[in-house]
Design a protein. Structure first.
Length: 498
């Protein structure tokens, strides 16, 4: 399981390890690990490959100089653009500068950047140590580098990215657009959420052989199959539809029936034994495409009979409010999505009911819905998605999926997970309804609420990844296209782990 640590936690791990290791050990290990990663990106072609190494003034620059030392001594043509001043550098970085100066690498000024078709660029400008926006000549350099067509390998973090939050440093900040990032000691949450997904590229964690005793107990992890695989179970022959639970999708105000249908269809294809589509208005006789989906009028349906998904297309009318209030009293797991969240945000009485539920509650807000629930702006939500999701989970005593690039899943105790699957194809109408339907189906099959949230998020995103790899999206992918892939993935995972 991949644990994620904040900058402060990573610094503490580093200092603890350095106290018992010989001088320069961690920088040498970081340089060697990054050089090996660079060799893989270069495919070992020493004769035609040209490598540009950007070395900043601190220890991240020292890491870059150490990479340059290894690559140059391995026979590659290495050019270093250095912003180091030996008299001001930390001791480790001074040592790395000396080694780079003794290697065959060439030190040049900024005019070299546009002089060569580079095979690889190494970003060692600032790493995780940057606290203010990139400006001046560094801003010009970053913008120039981002126009390059070659692979870019960031060391520890793309320069300009806050790896605690995934936001760019500064309101109009700039950051390196890396194709690959090798991050040292531990994974960092901001590499996997918000703008980190665009700027970090493919992320590799290099622990640098630090003993586990130096690491504190984590409270944040990457969402991987191993996190929820215990809930993937083979189905015995001696089972029936009642063995796999009942789901009711509650919503469907006038003109918004499609949301209920989408969530209901995917709940069936995610393995629920029976699924009801419960409409506030305009109840259809049946679903012509998925006749197994049973359509019911909300006023005649017993909400106590099922695991509930409340909110898809429900609207914010008085009738929707009253239906939600009834649903919150049910002693079954409940998924709260879409306008159910907006209704809760608008009324303290509903908030009180959510907070005091005894059965599992799973909330699936997007950033604007999260902002309404907390009485803040969506910009504040996005500025620190991890902290926002944790606050929501704590205040509402619920498991929360804060949707977006690198969805954040949090529990009331503060444990958090960042989902690495998914892509811009999910930016389409109905995608959230599909996620809510998967959540409901897994809860109905008696998955613990944490596992249901993690499994639904991972499979939902992976389905989009599979479709895009087949050329279906990201432009124009529709939510309905996710469903058969979700079913296939759940069956594949169950066969492998169940």
């Amino acid at each position: 399981m991949t644990a994620l640590y904040t900058i402060a936690e990573t610094r503490a791990i580093e200092q603890s390890a350095m106290a018992v290791l010989p001088p320069h050990t961690l920088m040498e290990r970081a340089g060697r690990a990054a050089a090996q990663h660079a060799l893989e990106l270069l495919s070992g072609d020493k004769h035609s490959a040209s490598v540009l190494v950007l070395a900043g003034p601190g220890n991240n620059g020292g890491d870059a100089l150490e990479v340059a030392h290894h690559l140059a001594n391995a026979g590659f043509r290495v050019t270093i653009l250095s912003y180091a001043h030996a008299e001001k550098q930390p001791e480790d970085a001074k040592w790395a500068l000396m080694r780079a100066q003794r290697s065959p690498a060439l030190f040049r000024d900024a005019s070299v950047v546009n002089s060569t078709n580079w095979s690889l660029i190494i970003d060692g400008l600032f790493g995780i140590g940057l606290s203010k926006p990139i400006t001046g000549e560094f801003e010009t350099l970053v913008e120039t580098i981002n126009q390059m067509k070659c692979p870019i390998l960031a060391l520890d973090a793309p320069s300009g990215l806050n790896v605690d939050t995934g936001a760019l440093i500064g309101e109009a900040g700039v950051a390196i657009h890396a194709s690959h990032t090798i991050t040292f000691i531990a994974g960092k949450p901001g590499l996997f959420t918000r703008q980190g997904r665009d700027h970090a590229g493919e992320v590799t964690v290099a622990p640098l052989d630090i003993e586990s005793s130096h690491y504190p107990a984590p409270s944040c992890w990457l969402n991987e199959v191993s996190q929820f695989s215990r809930s993937l179970k083979q189905r015995p022959h001696d089972s029936h539809k009642g063995s796999y639970g009942i789901v009711a999708i509650v919503g469907g105000a006038h003109g918004m029936a499609g949301a209920v249908v989408l969530a209901g269809r995917v709940a069936l294809q995610s393995g629920a034994g029976r699924v009801y589509a419960v409409f506030l208005q305009d109840t259809p006789a049946y679903d012509g495409k998925q006749p197994e989906l049973m359509c019911r009028d909300a006023h005649d349906f017993d909400l106590n009979a099922a695991t509930l998904v409340v909110g898809p297309g429900i609207g914010q009318s008085r009738g929707a409010h009253d239906l939600l209030a009834q649903a919150l009293n049910v002693r079954h797991p409940i998924v709260l999505d879409a306008d159910a969240l907006n209704l809760i945000a608008a009324e303290p009485g509903l908030q009180h009911r959510v907070k005091h539920r005894r059965e599992p509650t799973l909330m699936t807000p997007h950033p604007l819905e999260a902002a309404r629930l907390l009485g803040i702006s969506s910009q504040q939500v996005q500025a620190d998605r991890l902290a926002t999701a944790r606050r929501l989970a704590h205040e509402f005593n619920a498991t929360v999926i804060l949707k977006g690039s690198g969805s954040v899943i949090t529990e009331p105790d503060g444990n958090a997970y960042i989902n690495p699957t998914g892509n811009p194809a999910l930016s389409t109408a109905g995608s959230g309804d599909v996620l809510a339907g998967i959540c409901g189906a897994l809860l109905a099959q008696r998955w613990p609420v944490r596992d249901a949230a993690l499994g639904a998020c991972w499979v939902h995103g992976k389905a989009a990844d599979v479709l895009v790899s087949q050329g279906i999206g990201p432009v124009g992918l529709t939510a309905s296209e996710l469903m058969p892939v979700v079913r296939t993935l759940l069956n594949q995972l169950t066969a492998e782990f169940g």
